[in-house]
Design a protein around this ligand. Structure first.
Ligand code: FAD
Length: 314
């Protein structure tokens, strides 16, 4: 028994193929990726009722990163730390996750499966227009990440891979603000991608985390950016639009308004925000603060992707 009085002994099965894994999941199994989250559930006695943990670590088909025919295919059991080789938004997002232990132990599948607003790979996957490979006992299919974030995983379903087009003409990036630089709960995060052709921005995608229940794209801001030269006032207007576009679906504690500050700790990965002296830990940041940080963070990210803030035409 653990301190909460729950029996935390649980059977673990070790399938060696995707077929065996989905069959075990179908018999009330819970997928076990790197276990950075599941191991906590077990020790805290909060693991959902299940017949067995289904260890995905012995399935070769779920491992590794392949790049071919202009596509990246990332196996669900790939460690977050390995995403540095993908570059762009995915690498920026991975380096912003937790701490080195979480990045080495945690997997891509475990992060994509995470149903919490600040899961770092979600916004990055949205701007890459990624597809999520999902297998169940009858089929394997690819679900667009936007749809996946709406519907989530069904019971007995397994994430097999994340795939996206690897087109060098797209510039992509991700930036997050959390309470600390390491192991930080995300306050907000932004991701963007676009092609830059003939001096104008083409096919932009922008995604925001920390306002709606999950990361979401901001179509009005994307329309504003499409076809424009990356001038400072355009970028600022786009960032403002994106910051206002999504409905607030995250609980706000108004007492936090006005008491929160932000301090710069770097660029491109994870930055730190903090409450003013004596206020830390008292409340969640206000809606006003979240939206202001989205605007600021996105403005800087877009300027960086457009070639460096100092080079953006004034
Ligand atoms: C201290 C700490 C800090 C953290 N910081 C961050 C952070 O900054 N950003 C962030 O995004 N996350 C963070 N996390 C959450 C988490 O560690 C990561 O999201 C990680 O990627 C989870 O992967 P995992 O393989 O360890 O998942 P697991 O713990 O193995 O599983 C997590 C969930 O995903 C399911 N799952 C796992 N793999 C699959 C699969 N292939 N198919 C279907 N379902 C699957 C499991 O059943 C479970 O429900 C943090 C966690 C801790 C403990």
């Amino acid at each position: 028994m653990n301190p909460q009085g729950c029996d935390n002994r649980v059977r673990i099965v070790h399938p060696e193929t995707i077929d065996q894994a989905v069959r075990a999941l179908g018999r009330k199994g819970v997928a076990l990726g790197g276990g950075t989250v599941v191991s906590r559930w077990v020790s805290e006695g909060t693991l959902p009722t299940c017949e067995a943990l289904v260890d995905l670590g012995r399935i070769p088909a779920l491992r590794g990163i392949r790049s071919h025919d202009g596509r990246f295919v990332i196996g669900a059991m790939t460690a977050l730390s390995a995403l540095s080789q993908c570059g762009g938004a995915l690498a920026d997002a991975a380096v912003a996750i937790g701490n080195p232990n979480i990045r080495h132990g945690g997997t891509v599948g475990g992060n994509i499966a995470g149903r919490f607003p600040g899961a770092d790979l979600h916004a990055a996957a949205l701007v890459l227009d990624a597809g999520v490979g999902v297998a169940d006992s009858s089929s394997e299919r690819t679900i667009p990440i936007e749809r996946f974030l709406e519907v989530g995983l069904g019971s007995g379903e397994l994430i097999t891979e994340l795939r996206f087009v690897d087109d060098p003409k797209y510039r992509t990036g991700y930036s997050k603000v959390g309470w600390r630089k390491a192991s930080a709960k995300t306050i907000v995060a932004v991701a963007a991608s676009f092609a830059f052709e003939g001096g104008v921005i083409q096919s932009p995608r922008i995604a925001v985390s920390g306002i709606a229940k999950s990361a979401r794209r901001t179509p009005r801001a994307e329309t504003l950016l499409q076809g424009s030269a990356p001038r400072a006032e355009v970028i600022a207007a786009v960032a403002r639009e994106a910051s206002q576009e999504l409905p607030l679906e995250i609980r706000e504690e108004p007492s936090g308004a006005g008491h929160v500050e932000r301090s710069e700790t770097g660029r491109g990965g994870s930055h730190e925000a903090r409450f003013a002296e004596g206020e830390r830990g008292k409340s969640e940041p206000s809606e006003q603060y979240r939206r202001a940080v989205v605007a600021d963070e996105l403005e800087q990210l877009l300027a960086r992707l457009a070639g460096g803030a100092q080079k953006v035409a004034r």
